[in-house]
Design a protein around this ligand. Structure first.
Ligand code: NI
Length: 186
């Protein structure tokens, strides 16, 4: 077990497209997963993608709980995804705040698909195929973007809504409030 170094925005590993995992049950993959979980928990993150810890393979760890869950959404326990593939289920987009362990101190309002289909393998090599929505769908899109070398600021359509988290003490920008209110009209 080890806490791994987290790459920050600007490091070339974060721009790389990660390779698929050939065998999820390979012991080296199990070792990486254990270290990723330990690193994610140590850093206080909700999710971590392998490229963030300098491993250019398609592995994601995450969980979803707490106040950002939308009504009717269930908590998601600690989950490992191997070779995940996301497909939007419709055209609906929602805006919400995101942060990233590779972009420390900042937060930004990013648009994401509201409903997606998730296909992936578990660490045991079993198939996952399910529909996901809301904050869970957002976390997945953020983490899977890392596997394609994309960070959340690249998904933003208004960079005036990229802020230092500490400055949120002055309140969210009016434009952000408007965009998030639109989420509720859908
Ligand atoms: Ni991230």
């Amino acid at each position: 077990m080890a806490i791994l170094k987290i790459a920050r925005m600007g490091h070339p590993i974060l721009r790389q497209v990660a390779e698929p995992v050939a065998d999820p049950t390979d012991p080296s993959v199990g070792l990486l997963i254990r270290d990723m979980v330990e690193t994610m928990q140590d850093a206080g993150g909700t999710g971590l993608a392998a490229p963030q810890v300098h491993a250019p393979v398609r592995v994601v760890t995450y969980f979803v709980r707490g106040p950002r869950l939308e009504e009717g959404e269930d908590e998601v326990p600690l989950t490992v995804l191997i070779n995940p593939v996301l497909t939007p289920l419709d055209d609906q987009i929602a805006y919400d705040w995101e942060g990233c362990l590779s972009v420390p101190g900042l937060t930004g309002l990013a648009p994401r698909h509201r409903r997606i289909r998730l296909q992936a393998l578990t660490a045991e090599g079993e198939t996952i195929d399910r529909a996901v929505q809301g904050f869970h769908a957002r976390v997945l899109q953020h983490e899977c973007d890392h596997l394609d070398g994309i960070l959340y600021p690249q998904r933003m359509d208004d960079l005036s809504l990229l802020l230092f988290q500490e400055e949120m003490r002055f309140g969210a920008p009016e434009r952000a409030v408007e965009l998030m209110e639109k989420n509720n009209d859908q």
